[in-house]
Design a protein around this ligand. Structure first.
Ligand SMILES: Nc1ncnc2c1ncn2[C@@H]1O[C@H](COP(=O)(O)OP(=O)(O)OP(=O)(O)O)[C@@H](O)[C@H]1O
Ligand SMILES: [Mg+2]
Length: 437
């Protein structure tokens, strides 16, 4: 038998709060890769998932890579990158081709042709590029639910396609950032997909499930039906908004609000104290715990009622019997699971990475699903080249570009919710969510 060097796979998750690097090794028999190290560093220069300061983001990548290198004991020089942009959302299109007058078998060329037919329906604006092309459903002669059309016989082949289109400048900034840190970019994946890959079991994707990654600056969503993603999207709201709300309402510094947030529980039975003392440079400030919890709930309810429900509006909730699978740092909020499942009346599971048992303690919780999911994405793509198609990098590169920062919107004033209005608001939300679910 010919000896083959073990192959090293690297996933780099460019998050708003932290940059994470997962290193996996695959042995000569090409079995499933095993995770052998995870590096991480706090992210700088990234807001709402987007690079806003290239040099700072480059430093974060360097630090996370160095951390991973010290764990695995060798140099890392290539990676597949998970990232998000505000608009990293998938679009559905459909295509149809004729196979001839008499029935014949579907070939690879036919599959490529029908994908092109569906793509030709899409008008990609000049400042955007196609990142992922994902066939979701095939039909032959009107019979839908065909898993793989290759070799099957008919006269008409149809396809439903998900295409992820992202602003070219966002992609260019990500490539520039990682390459400046001395890492070759092997591929790119949107975070909604890598998070889902790191969180959802096969059974869940086949039954129908929603993956929701609640990160620092973004909430990434992936809807899976029959094992395929039928929608991928991102909402530019995350745990940082909860921290900012707490700081604003309680009039405490952001760093104190961040600490406080991690101590609170959404379950009133779990709340140990009515008040908490916060040390502000030697001065003690009393914080009403139930008021602070209301602020967190208020933001989460708004996120689900206004934003998440909007992403689900084209679907029936019955398409997702496996329920909602939540990951990301915000999933660590105490008693989040009963709170969300009460809010939605829908099964909810908080998910650590599927491969958490291979990951080092302290770096194997729900903050690392997207990073670990990159490795699963790489292997999925290799095994099913016609399921997850990525535009080749040389077609995404558009030459050197500077960091593009979207123009600042005037800051929306946070209106401190009055207790009564919170109650009314919550019951209105509950009604609207119940109607949806
Ligand atoms: N114990 C905790 N309780 C509540 N929130 C937490 C806890 N631990 C971390 N968080 C929050 O999770 C968020 C960070 O999550 P995560 O690491 O998944 O984000 P990220 O991947 O860097 O960001 P994004 O995916 O949005 O770009 C922060 O807002 C942080 O405050
Ligand atoms: Mg994340």
């Amino acid at each position: 038998m010919v000896y083959r060097e073990p192959e090293i796979l690297v996933g780099l998750d460019l998050g708003t709060t932290k940059t994470a690097v997962v290193v996996a090794e695959r042995d000569e028999n090409l079995r499933d890769p095993q995770i052998i190290g995870i590096g991480q560093a706090p992210s700088q220069g990234i807001r709402k998932g987007m690079i806003i300061n290239l040099e700072q983001a480059v430093d974060s990548v360097r630090a996370a890579v160095a951390d991973a290198e010290s764990m695995v004991g060798f140099d890392i020089n290539q990676a597949t990158i998970a990232f998000s942009g505000i608009d990293a959302t998938s679009i559905t299109s459909r295509g149809m081709i004729s196979l001839g007058r008499t029935p014949r078998q579907v070939t690879i060329q036919d599959v490529e042709r029908v994908i092109e037919a569906a793509q030709s329906e899409l008008a990609v604006p000049p400042n955007r590029c196609t990142l992922h092309t994902i066939p979701v459903k095939y039909s032959i002669d009107g019979n839908s639910g065909i898993d793989d059309p290759l070799g099957m016989t008919g006269i008409r082949l149809e396809i439903e396609l998900q295409t992820v289109i992202v602003p070219s400048s966002v992609v260019q900034n990500v490539i520039n950032c990682v390459e400046r840190a001395g890492i070759r970019v092997n591929g790119l994946v949107v975070k909604s997909l890598s998070s889902a890959m790191g969180s959802l079991t096969n059974e869940e994707t086949l039954a129908g499930a929603i993956s929701l990654s609640l990160g620092g600056g973004t909430t990434s969503i992936a809807l899976f039906v029959d094992g395929r993603p039928v929608k991928l999207s991102v909402i530019p709201i995350g745990g940082d908004h909860i921290t900012n709300d707490l700081a604003y309402v309680l009039k405490i510094p952001i760093s104190k609000a961040e600490e406080l947030k991690k101590q609170l529980s959404l379950d009133s039975d779990e709340i140990e104290y009515e008040d908490l003392e916060i040390d502000l440079r030697g001065k003690q400030k009393k914080v009403d715990v139930s008021e602070a919890v209301e602020v967190i709930k208020y933001r989460l309810e708004e996120l689900f009622a206004e934003y998440v429900s909007h992403q689900l509006s084209d679907f029936s909730v019955h398409m997702f019997p496996a329920g909602l699978v939540i990951s990301g740092g915000v999933a660590k909020t105490r008693a989040l699971e009963p709170f969300i499942s009460d809010l939605l009346g829908f099964p909810v599971r908080i998910a650590d990475p599927l491969d958490s048992f291979q990951m080092p303690p302290g770096r194997n919780d729900c903050q690392y699903n997207s990073a670990a999911g990159i490795i699963r994405y790489i292997t999925h793509k290799e095994r099913n080249p016609y399921r997850y198609m990525e535009t080749p990098l040389n077609m995404l590169r558009t030459g050197p570009s500077s960091v593009v920062v979207s123009p600042r919107k005037p800051k929306k004033e946070f209106v401190k919710p009055k207790k009564e209005s919170v109650k009314n608001f919550v019951s209105a939300i509950k009604r609207s969510i119940k109607e949806l679910f």
